[in-house]
Design a protein around this ligand. Structure first.
Ligand SMILES: [Zn+2]
Length: 302
């Protein structure tokens, strides 16, 4: 029995090791019969092997299917965890609204009190969330990398930001206009579920941070912070200024210098003119207070 193109779901058609079976089935066709005529005319893409009921694809159809699958894989944004969690259909609905952008260090994505124009899904940049302050000193209350999104309060129905979002480490991101994102959120149960988990993780991190800033030593806090930055950058080398770390930890710049010297003396890091390299991740982990861990922690509880 022959199969016309598109009459069988390609997901259920085995692709490997078919050529011998295909030749065998073709040789058994009745000479001059309707099936052989259809094969000779190139009107069919596959044929059924009655010995085991498998559908056998012709080589051209197999190549076309593999090409389609490769293209589909190329469009899956595995670089951002929230987007990577979407189903293929959910991602395809959002894909036309995703705009790749490069975010430069120091760029303000939004200020407190401003409506969200876009949401941002970081790929390899890191964005600091800071409250409105009147003085020069600022305290970071959140950090967003490839595991999250800038603009999460939209998921709670709040369309105005309460925080400043400033790019701390430059890199790539995907942005979506606010109205498009809101529509995607209404359609996608997966996106709502993943964002709920992420917002909960943000809440847990903020609670930990409040305790951390009150009770833990600056050197241990710096070690934790550097490990988090390394995890979000997926690299043991990155550029980070002392001002940014001081703001992140809510301490003076001189205190960061002192703590960084302490970690360098233990041969855990090197740090020069903003260029940081982690020499010994296990040693740095042992020296840290572990308060900034958050990646993958929720997956153990859901
Ligand atoms: Zn701590």
């Amino acid at each position: 029995m022959s199969v016309r193109a598109g009459s069988q779901s390609p997901e259920h058609i085995p692709l490997e090791g078919q050529d011998e079976n295909l030749s065998r089935v073709l040789q058994r066709l009745i000479k001059g019969g309707p099936e052989q005529q259809a094969v000779d005319a190139g009107e069919i893409d596959a044929i059924i092997d009655y010995s085991d009921s498998n559908v056998l694809l012709f080589p051209a159809a197999r190549q076309a299917l593999q090409s389609i699958k490769a293209k589909a894989r190329a469009h899956v944004p595995v670089a951002n965890h929230l987007l990577a969690a979407l189903t293929h259909d959910e991602y395809q609905q959002l894909a036309p609204s995703l705009e790749p952008v490069t975010l430069r260090s120091g760029t303000i994505l939004h200020e407190p009190g401003e409506p969200f124009r876009f949401v941002y899904f970081p790929v390899d940049c890191i964005v600091s969330l800071l409250p409105a302050t009147t003085g020069r000193q600022n305290l970071e209350v959140g950090l967003v990398g490839f595991d999250g999104m800038v603009g999460t309060s939209l998921a709670l129905g709040v369309k105005v930001s309460s925080l400043r979002a400033r790019v701390q480490i430059e890199g790539a991101a995907l942005r979506v206009p606010q109205a498009h994102f809101t529509r995607a959120l209404e359609r996608s149960q997966t996106l709502r579920h993943e964002l709920n988990l992420y917002i909960y993780a943000e809440l847990v991190t903020a609670r930990k941070k409040a305790v951390c800033s009150k009770f833990h030593l600056i050197e241990a806090r710096l070690a934790s912070r550097l490990l988090l930055t390394s995890a979000l950058m997926r690299s043991d080398r990155f550029f980070v200024t002392q001002e940014a770390v001081a703001a992140a930890l809510g301490v003076r710049r001189e205190s960061v210098t002192q703590a960084a010297v302490g970690l360098q003396r233990k041969h855990l890091i090197t740090y020069s003119r903003g260029r940081l390299r982690i020499l010994n991740p296990q040693g740095l982990d042992a020296a840290s207070c572990s308060c900034y861990e958050r990646l993958d922690t929720l997956s153990n509880h859901v």
